[in-house]
Design a protein around this ligand. Sequence first.
Ligand SMILES: [Zn+2]
Length: 484
Amino acid sequence: MKVEDKVLDLAKRRGFVWGPSPNIYDGGLAGFYDWGPLGKLLKNKVENVLKKGFMGFGFWEVECPSIMPAKVWEASGHLDGLTDYVTNCNKCGSAYRVDHLMDDVEDTDPDKLKALLKKRKIKCPSCNKGTFDNVEKRNLMMKTGVGLDQEVFLRPETATTTYLLFPELYRFFRTKMPFGVFQIGKAYRNEINPRQGVFRTREFTQAEAQLFILSEQEKKFEKFKEFSSETFPLMKYGSKKTVNVKLGDVVKKKYMKTEAYSYIVYVAYKLVKDMGFDPKKIRIRQHNPNELVHYAKDAWDIEVNTDRYGWFELCGVHDRADYDLKQHSKFSKTKMEVSGEIPKILEIAFGLERTTYALLENSLIDDKKRDWLSFDKGMAPIDVAVFPLMKKDGMDKVAKETFEELDKEFVCVYDSSGSIGRRYRRMDEVGTSFCITIDHDSLKKKDVTIREVSTMKQARVKISNLKTLVRELLSGDLDFKKIK
Ligand SMILES: [Zn+2]
């Protein structure tokens, strides 16, 4: 079995991802997935890295509705601009995005696209018989209604809903610029033909941070100095090579235009590293400056190398300039100026499902003896498993007490069924950080065996020290080898 198929099999079998959802009704709806108990735990850990990380870098969290009136999307440009060009097979009816059939074409005129499909005699990939006669421009936003007849849209991104808060936020931050906020929540896009599993879904969770800032502050950014000796792997547009560049040199060497922008690219990169992705599998790639969406001044993606789809974007970092506040100021007739200037916005946009799944794939290890997941410190869905060696002589009682104590602070499971070897294997497979076994000696000496999944090393420790020890091990403050 290929690595990516093993991951899919494991994800289904052990309760990480199920779908398409709802599976029991006609095999589900394409582009919608369920996160099972272990998948949800892992997704929470990824979300926590972002939440804590953003807060650590000075961003504050907000939450906005996921439904907004049409006028918002008219102002943001999504009503007109968030579109795909779609075509149907004249034999079997299958729908395709034109850019998936001809990925080298950049034209956006439906008639020209139609002519090109004909000229190149593009055949339908589904039935291999039909061709394509029509091209239609389709908006990707999902429409619904509120009240009796008001037309509204499910948000295609959280970012716009955050921008609408600018007047309130500006007052909250006591009119001091720059300031940062982030939002984690659901967004929706009606992908015509979602084909990349959990990497491209119609409903997804975003974690998006926004830095509101003035022009002069962008050029000379206060926090830039603090991290200027850190390096990150940059791949400039047009280059095939990734170069490690010091944050302090990024503007000087003309990779990016401002200190503030290079700083937030660094923030995004740092958070991906904090999730435990192998640094060799991370790169930061610049978008083609000629293909940027109309409002963006610069855009770089944090990509990781996946077995299934190769290099894949987990996060986009966008210099949105003053586009958003200018538009919303104009359409809402609300003043959004600071000292005569409309603030600029720098954005970090993470997709949580694709990040979680990529982490799952990156963590699978097949060392011929066993298939198991190896997560970075504290990132495994389950922190600790507690086993009584046998269900007798009071071992189960001590094990239960130990479990209950640890469960107050960590994600814990209790397992007393099957041989110890089988119980270890079950936990290894899902990457559980530590297994604790209570045996005969535990009853007399009040100690237990603790085993680390990644090294299979064991140590004997006092029950009374267990909580502090696990806490230090999970945070990375203590190395397993150093346990005395
Ligand atoms: Zn067809």
